[in-house]
Design a protein around this ligand. Structure first.
Ligand code: G3P
Ligand code: CA
Length: 257
């Protein structure tokens, strides 16, 4: 049944669809999430923020300016105001009328489907509310939460240890390399090993870090892959969890190792 010679080992990466599939549909919209799922994503990554009236919505930026036809900070807009915005037209006319999803809509769409939801908390102070909405949908076993804020993830782990948490890690974020490794160690020490991922940015993958991960058997969902050639190199180094804008490439491109 295999197109490869006998005894060939083919490692298919674990694919996290970054904000849906923004190479072919507007980021963080339901069309983008559905297309990512149809293209075979193993995880669908997204970003959660809170509105002026304390509703959880899907949005990467602090403002709606870049991705919609509106202006203003998410924190200064109500859900009703946010729902009036067009989150598709700036990407292309084909997606005109696309709405900013609520966190609840995103959860409901994938409940019970064969995909994990990788949810980044872009605000602090929303940890309990995020957990409650996940519990409401009975999706505790279908979600991984992640943040650049270590304390937020430690709190999340305290509030709901059953939900895996990830510490996002980037060379672009202020702090020395050793401080970041220390934070990673702190995260690991805090939680149960199998419930923690350490998610390094593409540019932050260096030898000490990969060794550290390998020695402890921790999954590294690294971001953000936007071209195929470096991905093949990273896969050969044993990094298996790209968060990518191009799910359509990676789910159909098994790489021989
Ligand atoms: O999943 C990690 C990645 O999404 C973090 O960066 O800016 O795309 O949220 P950003
Ligand atoms: Ca993100």
């Amino acid at each position: 049944f295999s197109k490869y010679p006998e005894n060939t080992i083919v490692q298919r990466p674990i694919i996290a669809a970054h904000r849906g599939i923004p190479s072919i549909a507007p980021e963080n919209t339901m069309s983008s999430f559905r297309l990512a799922y149809e293209h075979g994503a193993d995880l669908i990554e997204t970003d959660v923020k809170v509105t002026k009236d304390n509703q959880l919505v899907i949005m990467h930026d602090d403002t709606v300016n870049r991705t919609t036809n509106g202006t203003g900070r998410v924190a200064d807009l109500t859900l009703e105001e946010i729902k009036q915005l067009d989150a598709g037209s700036k990407f292309s006319a084909e997606f005109a009328g696309e709405k900013i999803p609520t966190f609840e809509e995103y959860l409901k769409e994938f409940k019970g489907k064969d995909v994990i939801l990788l949810v980044e908390l872009k605000d602090t102070g929303i940890e309990q509310q995020v957990i409650e909405e996940i519990e409401q949908e009975e999706m505790v076993d279908q979600v991984v939460l992640q943040s650049f804020n270590l304390e937020s993830m430690i709190l999340t782990n305290q509030l709901k240890p059953e939900i895996p948490v990830g510490y996002l890690f980037s060379a672009a974020v202020p702090g020395t390399k050793s401080a970041k490794i220390k934070n990673s160690q702190k995260m690991l020490d805090y939680g149960t090993n199998y419930n923690v991922t350490l998610n390094a940015s593409y540019g932050s993958i260096y030898e000490e870090f990969t060794t550290y991960m390998r020695q402890r058997g921790i999954l590294n969902m690294h971001w953000t892959f936007r071209d195929e050639a470096p991905f093949a190199d990273k896969l050969k180094q044993g990094l298996i969890g790209p968060i990518t804008d191009y799910t359509q490439w990676l789910t159909y491109s098994p790489i021989k190792i």
